[in-house]
Design a protein around this ligand. Sequence first.
Ligand SMILES: Cc1cc2nc3c(=O)[nH]c(=O)nc-3n(C[C@H](O)[C@H](O)[C@H](O)COP(=O)(O)O)c2cc1C
Length: 377
Amino acid sequence: MDHIKMPELHIGNLTAKIPIIQGGMGVGVSLSGLAGAVARQGGIGVIATAGIGMQEPDLQRHFTEANNRALTREIQQAKVNANGNGLIGVNIMVALTDHESLLLTALDAGADVVFMGAGLPLKIPQVVTPERMQSSPTRIVPIVSSGRAADVICKTWGKHDCIPDAFVVEGPLAGGHLGFKKEQLDDPAYRLEILVKDTLDAVRPFEQQYGKPIAVIAGGGIYTGADIYRFLEMGAAGVQMATRFVATHECDADIRFKEQYLKARPEDIMIIDSPVGLPGRAIRNQFLNDVSAGQKKPFKCPYKCLRTCEFREAPYCIAKALINAKLGTLDDGFVFTGANSWRVNEIVSVQELMESLEQEYAAAVVVQKNVKMCAVV
Ligand SMILES: Cc1cc2nc3c(=O)[nH]c(=O)nc-3n(C[C@H](O)[C@H](O)[C@H](O)COP(=O)(O)O)c2cc1C
């Protein structure tokens, strides 16, 4: 089975040998350690920018500069860790107040790909300029929750004569903030399979109009190599996975963060109303129980990091809670997760994880071939 390989992933003129993108995980869960390790194995390792300047001494006084400085450093370090392999991506949430400045920094620092979600990145051609978008080696990939969102982005960018080379379509089983209403999360109409098909249909006319392929990458609840096979067979060009990468030695969060995944049972995984104004998926703990019980965790907001955060009414500071979790102080924070963290039962290296996914993928190809042969016989 060793000869069965996953196909390469092409985003514009970039190529990842393995079509696996490690989804960006804030705050501080995917930095240069994890991203570099994933790229080293031939995938796309992604640095999350949410709260990236948290350990800069001047964050409160120079919020934007501190974040930009930390991002530049993490991109450089991730490239060193990748040792010339794979691609390094950056995840920038459109909901961040300094997202435009982070985007320009990522381009200057030579990130290979910038993934932009948590809001529609409609103004990007004006921020970057269409000329730079075309000439820059960095590809900008929106993260969407529907084919309709992909259509709106293509039409809006198209007014500036540019079009994304790829979209990530993220379904309701993903971790962190979710681009769905709470009642949509369990609705079969929003299953990832359906969203992938919708997005493939949405981008097809733009592929024809602009004469170039637009890769559709599926994310949210993809757990095994067999899952990867299933989505590639449906027409996805790659997958984005995050939950599995938390339980790796190289993940940049504290071991106590990772242990939450090892301990989680299905009933511990809950949907919260994040102060950002979106539902989020997290692992239940005392902090979240206190919040659910109406206990406010008073805070001052020194830098207003999120455009959509109503910090005067928010029951707690989500940035602080997530920083605490990354550092392992779970009494004062909580852990974001995808729907599948209850399946995680060991911490492995990124290399072991990627190899096991490749083996499972190859096994799924063989099973499918056998099924087809039996059908013919
Ligand atoms: C701990 C954690 C933090 C996350 N943080 C972000 C983030 O900062 N920005 C973002 O766009 N997505 C974020 N996500 C979503 C992931 O990038 C990814 O797309 C999604 O979780 C994929 O689903 P999976 O976890 O089931 O594989 C986060 C997910 C997790 C588990």
